[in-house]
Design a protein around this ligand. Structure first.
Ligand code: NAD
Length: 290
């Protein structure tokens, strides 16, 4: 399939590379990041999409998505599918879906879970919002990039699922980090803490798969000096999206709000910017470089 890929950052690069490795003809564009091996370089986003059957976007936020979409939609072939894998607000996803429909293009919001490791291994989970026929067109690509595809409903439903998932992730990461810091002060060995919690009722993805303590559990950004991975500022963004969505529909989300406050302080007033979101642990432990 002829595929355009806009946004080849931490996530987009391995996703685009996997598509190229699977034999798809991938043409990419990014304002800063280089193209991965096997991906043709376009001079602009418009150039990248003009012959594509599916245009994939993997961009930082809804504002950038809306700007890029305004540029590329008219250049896309009629009936082509715009497959947005970024994490953005539900309103942006629905606005882009309406604009695509008005211009005779099809749209899917398909945010992902699984992190850079999942992007690299082609084992992401896709949460998809949009029409069945568009999903049928995009499915062969999703199957290359991911291991699980959940059709959540109409446009915006994928982003709704993603925001709820990441609100849980943010809250469990804060809880896991503060518990490690408490365990330190109680004199409990970190390996013992991991061995117990990862097999007990305190377990979560944050502990079992992405353990925030270096040298403990599976390899994670903690073992790479907390280089992201999933940056703390992206978690701050997602918790902000959850708070915004909760306010819009009158939902009560106290744990999401508490996690949002922690990440806001960490990123905006401390040294969290540019660090992995699991770097909450040295913050709580108060031991720099831990
Ligand atoms: P990133 O910042 O590494 O990549 C985004 C890329 O978009 C950058 O390379 C940037 O140069 C490019 N870009 C920005 N504006 C552009 C424009 N106008 N035209 C073309 N390219 C442009 O971020 P990432 O970690 O790859 O995340 C991308 C998206 O995926 C975000 O929405 C994020 O929330 C989501 N996400 C990230 C992870 C993760 O673990 N990193 C996991 C799940 C979802």
């Amino acid at each position: 399939m002829k595929v355009a890929f806009i946004g080849t950052g931490n996530m987009g690069a391995p996703m685009a590379r996997n598509l190229a490795d699977a034999g798809h003809e991938v043409t990419g564009f990014d304002t800063q990041a280089p193209m991965p091996d096997g991906v043709l370089v376009a001079a602009s986003a418009t150039d990248a999409v003009k012959d594509a059957e599916v245009a994939v976007t993997m961009l930082p936020n809804g504002e950038i998505l809306r700007a890029v979409v305004a540029e590329i939609l008219p250049a896309m072939a009629p009936g082509a599918v715009l497959l947005d894998c970024s994490t953005v607000d539900v309103d942006s996803a629905r606005a882009v879906a309406r604009e695509a429909a008005a211009q005779g293009r099809r749209f899917l919001d398909a945010p992902v879970s699984g992190g850079v490791g999942g992007a690299d291994a082609g084992t992401l989970t896709f949460m998809v919002g949009g029409a069945e026929d568009a999903l049928a067109t995009a499915r062969p690509l999703l199957e290359v990039m991911g291991a699980r595809i959940v059709h959540c409903g109409e446009a915006g439903a994928g982003q709704a699922a993603k925001i709820c998932n990441n609100m849980i992730l943010g809250a469990t990461m804060v809880a896991t980090c503060e518990a490690f810091a408490l365990a330190d002060r109680l004199g409990l060995d970190r390996q013992a803490m991991f061995d117990v919690v990862s097999t007990s009722s305190g377990q979560s993805w944050s502990m079992n798969t992405y353990c925030p303590a270096p040298g403990v559990g599976p390899t994670s950004p903690a073992d790479n000096d907390y280089r992201p991975g999933f940056a703390a500022e992206l978690m701050l963004k997602d918790l902000g999206l959850a708070a915004q969505a909760a306010e819009a529909v009158g939902a009560t989300t106290p744990m999401g709000a508490a996690a949002l406050a922690e990440y806001r302080t960490f990123v905006e007033q401390e040294d969290g910017k540019g660090r992995d979101f699991s770097a909450m642990l040295p913050r709580f432990a108060g031991k720099p470089g831990d």
